[in-house]
Design a protein around this ligand. Sequence first.
Ligand SMILES: [Zn+2]
Ligand SMILES: [Zn+2]
Length: 422
Amino acid sequence: MLAPHKFIAFARPPDPVDQHQTSTFRRSRHNPEPLNSSSLMVHYCKACGKPATKLCSACTSKTWYCSSECQRSDWTFHIFDCNPRRPIDSSDYLALAVAQDRFPDDPQTKEDYGFNRALSAENQIVLLELFKGLILHRKVSSRRIHAWRVNGTLADGIKGTFEILPVHARGAYYGWFLQNQWVLDRSLSRPAHPLDAMIKRAWAYSGGSPALSTRPYIMSSIGAWPHTKRSIFLFCGAILSHGRPNPMEENWVTLGFCACHNEESELPLAAIYSEITERCTFEELYTAYDTSSLIALFDAKGLKTLHQQIPYLEDVLAGSPRHNKSVWNLKQVITAKDCRPDVPPLSIDYGFVNCRSPLDTELLKEVYREFFGLPDANPIKLHETAMRGQIFEYVGGLVKIKKKERKTLQRLMRNPYPLNDS
Ligand SMILES: [Zn+2]
Ligand SMILES: [Zn+2]
């Protein structure tokens, strides 16, 4: 399993927190009386929002932190307002893009890290995932990435980082990288393939001008769209090309494929989407998706009997694209190979925060996998019992649990629910 999602850990901490402020902080803890009028002012930590007593001493931006951990975690952002001891370079913009989960917009960064060469939107999305994997999961610092690039060893550095992992833990983006090294390695030439048919189909469907349907143009246009719009655009491209989302993808959850019992039962849902692209415009589809009203759109377009044959679809789509029940992410985690279970609220609701080792995580996943494998598995019921803090009782009543694993599972399946009313 990949490491938990955290901010970037820096090998060398940024400029130190002001020592004077630190000692004032220490004294004031013993003496509740304010030491001077300025300490009457309450400051808040830029990273976590808690009251803060430490000021970044390297700049005049008056940026406060509660701890050096918070200062370090915010450095990806604060470096741009601070006086770092070295020039800001493209790797800093890359780290910022990764932290904000969006494509870099600094031209040099796009050039240095392959976004200019990875012309298609899908390639750019996977490229960003690759850097997210490198920086967030594998904890490679932007300094090191910078050094690799300057030394011409970026591709080798990436390989060295991922190849020490077991194959299944390397992430789908690593497989993509191996096939598309030309994106980062200028000595390799780009394979001469035609404009991506999928993107072009989505572009035509979304009303884009055929005269402007070049990859770079489409890519730059959709790059400026809101995330949900870009996401449904790519989804339409897949559907119009007789494809459907991979369980790895966010769309697999938000467009309801997670409600299907198995891969085969995803086909009728793909057929509904294929039908809807013939019966409504891209804007209608996007608006319905973005406002959690796809079911109403299906009904209005005469697809009611079809969608009603897919149990739980209505529940998923009522929450899409932003408020899906975490049980659907649970299903994604046990279905897709490289999905991480350590992301809240899933990790909290379904006990992955209680896992102390990869073995714990595997055991928990295995039991949930058995649950979802039951022919009459009811995810909504599972979710309701989770919200009452009774996962073990419920799942244990449906799935055979080994005696020696009972205790561990009882501990793992604990969650903070039900919450007090106060
Ligand atoms: Zn803080
Ligand atoms: Zn500063």
